[in-house]
Ligand binder design. Structure first.
Ligand SMILES: Cc1cc2nc3c(=O)[nH]c(=O)nc-3n(C[C@H](O)[C@H](O)[C@H](O)COP(=O)(O)OP(=O)(O)OC[C@H]3O[C@@H](n4cnc5c(N)ncnc54)[C@H](O)[C@@H]3O)c2cc1C
Length: 401
């Protein structure tokens, strides 16, 4: 029998990259992940290892010093990394959303300035849409950028920035009225600003404060922060793509990449939960035999494995669609929705298989149990995915006449 979550049709290069990443995950991530997570410690050595492997440049075009790989290769690497520790996949997610947005929408000068250093991991990206009063409803953004000579002055408060402290380049979505008269639709008056900053906390540049890490139930190690702009001055050439009013579309394009990433993370965490469950079930004895020999437990394993396979297939399909140059919001929404729901269910089943030991911090499943819920929320909740899926279905299946 072949192992779960195999992908047909990969090139030799893709297979080599994946086997290198899997080896790195098994040797450098899995043995230390739970300890670091319990201490909420940033995985500095792991990040250095990822840099050496060239993973920060995986999807950045070769002309800018990256590996120029596809979204599929990236998603399969994310799946492997999340199998080791979901937080590490979060560290590269926002980096790639920003690199992708620069590649697709940046001016030549912006690409030349940032992409080569992003490929090396010297510049690390974060992206910021959410605010304290909104996450799903992006059109309600109140942070504002106002033109002042050759600069924009930014004011407002942002929330939930993954890598907010460790990043040095943040793509920040603000409202910008300039050129967009009163009454313009909200999504047509938003602009993405490329905000450079020092890594760290406190006032990281004049007018920009990163207050500190938000204390979370899981997804620890990676820093999640607020961002406060108080008269932050940004040169006009740091408007992404050089034109205001395009920010909403640029961010939504980036989020499609992020949704594939979250789906891949769900696949990776579910795979690890399955591995832990199937292993434990063959070791633990009750009523004179390993619990794996009780049919109820075998049924659980069967359900878990089927969910791992289904989620993987949908995630691969969504990545391949985007790689083909086609719109993939339907496929990415479906993959993100299904993979995150299945991940939660597979983790819960693996937890139940562990009996009381699943509740002990000595067992890895305890960490996975606290990590899985984040995937239900990040890059758009299940309800938001269903809204996107539903709208697209009605477009495709519109009644004629
Ligand atoms: C750990 C973590 C990291 C994050 N990282 C980032 C990041 O890097 N950058 C960033 O910009 N954001 C980030 N986010 C924010 C994340 O994208 C939002 O939390 C998410 O989009 C949900 O928004 P909200 O929390 O404001 O919930 P709300 O929008 O307030 O939603 C609350 C509930 O209402 C439901 N709901 C909302 N509207 C509708 C509707 N129309 N119909 C039906 N149900 C609805 C939602 O599904 C949810 O169940 C992060 C969040 C977390 C927890």
């Amino acid at each position: 029998m072949s192992r779960l979550a195999q992908t047909a049709g990969l090139t030799d290069v893709q297979q080599e990259i994946l086997s290198t990443v899997r080896d790195f995950v098994d040797k450098e991530i899995i043995p230390v992940a739970t300890q670091l997570e319990h201490r909420d410690e940033y995985p500095t050595e792991i990040v250095e290892g990822l840099k050496e492997l060239g993973l920060f440049g995986l999807m950045i075009p070769e002309e800018y010093g990256g590996l120029g790989e596809s979204l599929l290769t990236y998603a399969l690497c994310v799946e492997e990394i999340a199998r080791g520790w979901m937080s590490v996949s979060g560290i590269i997610n926002t980096h790639f959303i920003v690199a992708y947005m620069l590649k697709q929408h940046g001016t030549q000068e912006q690409k030349d300035t940032f992409l080569p250093r992003m490929a090396l991991g010297e510049v690390r990206g974060a992206f910021s849409m959410s605010e304290p009063a909104l996450g799903s409803d992006v059109s309600a953004i109140s942070s504002k950028g106002v033109k002042d000579g050759d600069e924009y002055v930014l004011n407002g408060q942002k929330m939930w920035l993954t890598n907010g402290g460790s990043s040095t380049l943040v793509a920040v979505l603000c409202r910008s009225d300039e050129g967009h008269p009163e009454g313009t639709a909200p999504h047509k008056s938003m602009t993405t600003f490329l905000v450079e900053k020092e890594a760290g906390f406190g006032e990281v540049r004049p007018g920009l404060t990163i207050p500190g890490k938000i204390d979370k139930m899981g997804y620890k190690g990676v820093d999640t922060t607020e961002l406060i702009m108080d008269g932050l001055r940004i040169p006009a050439n740091r408007v992404l793509g050089g034109t205001t009013g395009r920010g909403f579309y640029q961010m939504m394009d980036g989020v499609e990449v992020g949704r594939v990433n979250v789906a891949a993370r769900g696949c990776g965490v579910a795979q690890r939960a399955f591995e832990l469950g199937v292993s434990y079930a063959q070791q633990r004895q009750t009523f004179g035999k390993p619990i794996a020999q009780h049919q109820a437990i075998q049924f659980k394993l069967a359900e878990m494995a089927t969910k791992v396979e289904a989620a993987h297939a949908m995630m691969v399909n969504a990545a391949r669609k985007k790689d083909s140059g086609e719109r993939n919001d339907l496929e990415a929404g479906m993959a993100k929705y299904l993979a995150s729901e299945y991940c939660k269910e597979v983790v819960e089943d693996a937890f139940r298989i562990h009996g009381g030991y699943g509740f002990s911090k000595e067992y890895e499943i305890e960490r996975l149990y606290r990590e899985a819920p984040m995937l239900l929320i990040g890059e758009g909740t299940a309800e938001i995915q269903k809204m996107i899926i539903g709208r697209r279905l009605l477009e495709e299946y519109r009644l004629q006449g």
